[in-house]
Design a protein around this ligand. Sequence first.
Ligand code: NAP
Length: 495
Amino acid sequence: MRVIVVGAGFGGIGTAIELHRHGFTEVTVLEAASGLGGTWRYNTYPGAACDVPSHLYSFSYAQRRNWTRLCSPQDEILRYLREVASDYQVDRCVLPNSKVVSCSWDDRRCVWTVRTEDGASREAEAIVLATGQLNQPALPRIEGLDSFAGHSFHSARWDHDYDLRGKRVAVLGTGASAVQFVPEIATRVQRLSLFQRTGNWFLPRGNRAYPKLVRALFQRVPRVQQLRRGFMFKYMEALTATIRHPSTYGRLAALRSALFMRWQLRDPEVRRKAWPGYTFGCKRVLFSSAYLRTLQRDNVALVTDRIVRMDPAGPVTEDGRTHEVDCVIYGTGFKTNDFMFPMEVTGVGGHSLREAWAGGAHAHLGITVPGFPSMFILYGPNTNTSGGSIIFFLEQQIGYLRQALQHIQSSGAAALDVRADVETASDREVQSRFEGTAWTMCDSWYRNQAGRVVANWPGYMSEYRDRTRTLDPTEFQLYYRAEESERQGEPAGAV
Ligand code: NAP
């Protein structure tokens, strides 16, 4: 069975490893960039790091005892992924500079044709779309954006050749990325104007390098590292509880956050501006012990007036003021609702995924979509987490899709397709579980324009693990190739 994986981030590499370990040797990983790494290759902004502890933000089967600190910086995570790919010899499955533009299903032959930007096409019996939710930088829709005469770039495409020293800089956006790079650049620039649309809830993040003794403990004492991972798992599940129960646990967490923020924000004017006006956990809770202090630096201005347009000189705010700057940095996040688009994906009968998802993305357990046989999505709809590790979710999805491929093989079938009624019911159940949770209490990138939560899983990591642990064959229909069906006297397609 040939399997094409699209994307060589944690999801794609993890899939190649799992499939190799289970005897699927014809795995090709097509990667748009010039090498593996995914989001950790692209996001190189100063201070880029993961705020999920590395003992949990890593594959369960490739644990490390030598993490330098609680939350690893970008280069350490990228190095880890490269090492794991090399250790399991799947780095050679990766075809770099291969941007996939379309995947189309052939009903009769039961194969996928995957086309890349260079005009090449490849066939596979199964495809795994591992492009993730955070791969396409989003620029704000602001009038005259292109008219800015200075330098500009997005945080996920940081321009390291541009020297920020002594420059007047505008940063748009105050999400998880900006919160990491703003403290780093504030000490270098002449003046920093930080444009905030919505304030955030903060929790402290001390992330000093582990002392020698602690590192030695992880290295030498068996099980310490494992216990640490277990503890982190529970800690993250507790964070999810605060979002699922906003009027009880959520209030306690908000109080903890408010005390921290009050302590950090001594300047009453900055405090007023930075304070969030929505329920704790509705947007991503940010972990930083440096950001709020940075807002109070003399060379930093927190601007909460709305930007009405961009002028050649810089952003113009609703009070009529032009904020003259040399450089604009967009910390405005990603086109998260687009998932793998603009890639064209067509399934049974030539129907497009774009049409199937017109009302918002949905997939059974975030992995399979009816009418798209043997297509598996990683980090798909409703599998993002606000309190947890995406690597953990990816591992469950990968194990699940591997079982699906094994089921196809053992049944002598050509492909498998999730039943529409199964997907509809599971989607309805997932959506109903958002009721009363903090996720529904404000607008965020977790929701689409109609207000449907399309990004996040509504529950705990452990629940997701339990549901994906064992594939239920009765939830799927099998497809047989036309010639096979004819031999058996059946119509081609699903049986
Ligand atoms: P983000 O969280 O989506 O933040 C984007 C920021 O830009 C928000 O402050 C948003 O304001 C603002 N914005 C968007 N459009 C705007 C507009 N038209 N005008 C003004 N402001 C605008 O993006 P991100 O910071 O890049 O983070 C994305 C995700 O990546 C995170 O949620 C997280 O899952 C992941 N991430 C994780 C880590 C980590 O340590 N694990 C680090 C970085 C990123 P509003 O809030 O008002 O929309």
